[in-house]
Design a protein around this ligand. Structure first.
Ligand SMILES: Cc1ncc(COP(=O)(O)O)c(C=O)c1O
Length: 388
């Protein structure tokens, strides 16, 4: 392997949200953190080299991107996901959650209904609630360890609650689903019929497991493309979340203007120069690193799979098709919420994302972000089995 994913790197003392804020967030100081979605690996060498060159230049004035940045982004999607967006559609934001909130404000009014599919990435709730819109839930159905969309409920809720906007998580965090063509087509058909806007959060689209293939929503949205916003970012794939760049795709010019107007209202204009440098380098030359990283992550997932089977038989792993999250069902242990927290935090000494923050149906689950060195992951698993 040309890249080193095994060497432990001390992230403490770097103001890392994951490693340096246990006490502030109410956790014991010595917890092993596998919660927030960033990787414990160095970013691709090409990205670090580009950043070093920018830093050694030493001037950090205002920055804009030229046409070739947009070409680079669009070529990434063409080469990796078989779909080339139009460069005109691109609007950058400082992160995907910022884009989700912007879309909520641009496409709906206060009090409007916005639909999500729990268990789901918890900021989906926040961007709706904090903007005084109404949350409508269409819980995913779990059938023998596989999550599926309850389309009957989806359509009924859209009609009954007069849903204006649906926030799709594709691939889905935390359950790891990669939506199939028929599923996305059915979503598009129902949303088109009911004049629902779709915001498709595709931030995890590069982190595919095995033979799974991500289908960009715009590829089959048809007429609904005119009512669609797609949010993408190199942040998860290349471990550059702290540099805050998201590339959003909005085919419809009117929607694009409404979205841009909402950004203007915040006072945000120029983008972080280092974020743009990193994003460009990642998309231009980070591909081979990502391929190796995905292989390493597959090895981590295999470790979790075999460990859970042998040493944690009461725990169930939901097999992910994408992301670097293991969604683990602890309900078989028969613990209540407080007891499960005590087991994870105090007995095992781990800081995970408790399933309940992803919605009611996440209760009794825990999410492990396993993009870490294998030895650290093994230590975490041993702690789960034997205590710290
Ligand atoms: C589905 C999803 N969307 C958005 C984000 C965060 O994006 P950003 O840091 O660009 O706001 C995450 C991070 O885990 C995520 O899982």
């Amino acid at each position: 392997m040309a890249y080193d994913f095994d060497t432990l790197i001390n992230r403490k003392g770097t103001d890392s949200l994951k490693f340096d804020f246990a006490a502030e967030r109410g956790y014991p100081g010595d917890v092993l953190p596998l919660w927030v979605a960033d990787m414990d690996f160095l970013a691709p060498p090409e990205v670090n080299k580009a950043l070093e060159a920018a830093v050694s230049h030493g001037i950090y004035g205002y920055s804009e991107v030229k046409k070739d940045y947009n070409e680079t982004v669009c070529s990434w999607f063409e080469n990796n996901h078989g779909y080339r967006p139009d460069e005109k559609w691109l609007i950058k934001t400082p992160g995907v959650v910022f884009a989700l909130a912007t879309a909520v404000k641009a496409l709906t009014e206060k009090g409007d209904s916005v639909l999500i599919q729990p268990p789901v990435y918890y900021p989906f709730y926040e961007v709706i609630r904090d903007n005084e819109r109404k949350i409508v839930e269409n819980p995913l159905k779990e059938i023998d360890g596989h999550y599926e969309i309850d389309f009957e409920d989806f359509e009924r809720k859209i009609e009954e609650e007069k849903v204006r906007l649906f926030i799709l998580c594709s691939p889905h965090n935390p359950v790891g689903r990669v939506w199939k063509e028929w599923e996305l087509s059915k979503i598009a058909e129902i949303c088109l019929k009911n004049e629902v806007y779709v915001v498709s959060d595709e931030i995890h689209c590069d982190l595919l497991i095995g033979d799974n293939r991500h289908i960009p929503f715009l590829k089959l949205a048809g007429e609904l493309a005119d009512r669609t916003v797609v949010c993408t970012s190199p942040s998860k794939s290349f471990n550059i979340a702290g540099l805050q760049v998201a590339n959003n795709l909005i085919p419809n010019a009117i929607l694009r203007r409404r979205f841009a107007k909402e950004i203007d209202k915040t006072g945000y204009s120029q983008h972080n120069i280092l974020g743009l440098v990193a994003a460009r380098a990642a998309y231009e030359s980070g591909g081979p690193w990502l391929t190796e990283c995905r292989k390493y992550l597959a090895g981590n997932l295999e470790l979790i799979r075999s460990f859970v089977k042998e040493k944690l038989p009461a725990v169930r792993l939901i097999e992910p098709e994408a992301t670097y999250f293991a969604w683990l069902d602890f309900n078989g242990l028969g613990l209540d919420e407080k007891q499960l927290d005590d087991y994870i935090i105090n007995k095992a000494g781990l800081w995970l994302d408790s399933g309940r923050i992803f919605g009611e149906s996440g209760k009794g689950f825990e999410r492990i972000a396993y993009a870490t060195q294998r030895s650290r992951l093994l230590e975490a698993l041993n702690r789960l089995a034997n205590g710290k």
